[in-house]
Design a protein around this ligand. Structure first.
Ligand SMILES: [Zn+2]
Length: 111
């Protein structure tokens, strides 16, 4: 069993890789800092997004019951140029002040 928390929908369902629509990284100085996951819950059909600290990230959090199964969607890197350095810096600053409970609240507040 993994000790990773996984990604939880607002309805309480644990999101699995087949429910993930988009998966990418937020980069700072060419290193991934946050992992972005957009998903549609198969139980409540709600779209959701969640950020996970890269250091806490493990693709296995999305595994349903097949440990080690390959992640289906290739990771999408956020292309440099779409987000400029200043935006990244401000974003990273804000993220630096977040706690896990803030991310939970954020996930719940998403439509
Ligand atoms: Zn749900």
């Amino acid at each position: 069993m993994s000790a990773k928390p996984g990604i939880m929908c607002a309805c309480g369902r644990r999101i699995e890789s087949r429910e993930v629509l988009q998966h990418g990284y937020f980069m700072t100085h060419w290193r991934p800092v946050w992992v972005f996951v957009k998903y549609r819950c198969s139980r409540c059909r709600m779209l959701g997004e969640q950020l996970v600290e890269y250091a806490q990230w493990d693709d296995s959090v999305l595994d349903a019951d097949a440990p080690g199964a390959a992640f289906e969607a290739p990771p999408v890197l956020v292309a440099p140029g779409e987000i400029d350095d200043e935006e990244v810096r401000q974003f990273a600053e804000k993220l630096g002040t977040l706690r896990a409970s803030d991310l939970d609240n954020l996930a719940r507040s998403l439509p």
